[in-house]
Design a protein around this ligand. Structure first.
Ligand code: ADP
Length: 289
């Protein structure tokens, strides 16, 4: 990456005077290379990857812009996406991240974001979950959306990746039975972060909750809550504060694994290992629940 060139473009766009640039690589990203880039007195956060992945950064921008527009929770403001040679990049506000937000503040902010609704389920563009494509074609029917674009999509990938027939067959049986989990429950199409594990949330220097690296779409708010419980536990203080602002249906506990199965199947497709066996166990429990 020619940082001088990027800095020239950014300063021209923002009307700021040209300034000295300094880029420092950061550790921690799962998918992309990440940098802290100082341009004069301004500091940006930049992620880079191969040029063919520009649509991934454009979709990340669309997600961050949508969350930003909700005015519910802090996300980095995106300044620019583009390509330089064979590298794609996204440039955004650098936020000094410090630990975790208080559970009550996070709950309040996420509930407010989840109150931003759309008439349909989906999103204006497709995006990625990890590095896997995530289809967001709008649908009026949540069960159909989850069947086709979430579980069905990952099962198709698992089949192509050569996972055992046990897993694929059980998965298809579950997909056929999806309606059983929604007999008395009609979710709204809430603005979701979409990939809300603990690594994608923090607090800023003032303690405000911050979320980043989203895989946004409009869907059941329970899907975000479930993901928060998949690799961690937001705790009872979080849930109590959340429920005050957005009631959680009593059937959530039953659907939680249905929603998390999507991420476990995605991990199986991305990383293999024990995730295939974990997905099969989850499917069997769901089929018998
Ligand atoms: P990847 O897309 O590769 O998973 P992330 O977007 O998760 O990368 O960013 C990697 C790490 O950089 C995060 O875990 C977080 O600690 C930090 N980070 C993310 N966004 C910002 C930001 N806007 N300002 C400062 N640090 C950030």
């Amino acid at each position: 990456m020619d940082w001088e060139l990027l800095a020239t473009e950014l300063t021209r766009q923002s009307g700021l005077p040209a300034a000295k640039v300094r880029a420092t690589p950061l550790a921690g990203g799962d998918i992309n290379r990440a940098f802290r880039v100082e341009i004069g007195s301004e500091t940006c956060f930049v992620k880079t990857n191969h040029a063919r992945l520009l649509p991934m950064f454009e979709a990340e921008r669309a997600g961050l812009d949508a969350i930003n527009a909700s005015n519910a929770i802090r996300v980095p403001e995106v300044y620019q996406t583009g390509c330089q040679g064979d590298e794609a990049y996204i440039v955004m506000e650098y936020i000094e991240l410090s630990g975790r937000a208080q559970p009550e503040r996070l709950a309040q902010a996420l509930a407010a974001m989840h109150h931003c609704c759309h008439p349909r389920f989906g999103f204006d563009c497709d995006n990625t979950i990890g590095s896997t494509p995530q289809r967001n074609t709008y649908s009026d029917d949540w069960v159909e959306f989850w069947r086709l674009h979430r579980l069905g999509f990952q099962l198709g990938l698992a089949e192509r990746n050569g996972f055992d027939a046990d897993l694929i067959d059980a998965g298809h049986r579950l997909v056929e039975a999806l309606g059983n989990f929604f007999i008395d429950y009609r979710p709204r199409a809430s603005l979701l972060h979409g990939d809300l594990w603990s690594g994608n949330q923090a607090a800023d220097a003032a303690g405000n909750p911050v979320i980043y690296d989203p895989a946004c779409y409009y869907g059941d708010h329970e899907a975000d809550l479930a993901m928060m419980e998949l690799f961690g536990n937001p705790g009872e203080r979080f849930f109590a504060a959340y429920r005050e602002r957005f009631p959680i249906d009593p059937g959530y506990r039953r659907r939680r694994d249905l929603y998390n199965l999507y991420h476990v199947l995605n991990h199986a497709n991305l990383f293999g290992g024990g995730y295939g066996a974990q997905a099969l166990r989850m499917i069997e429990l769901l089929l018998h629940s």
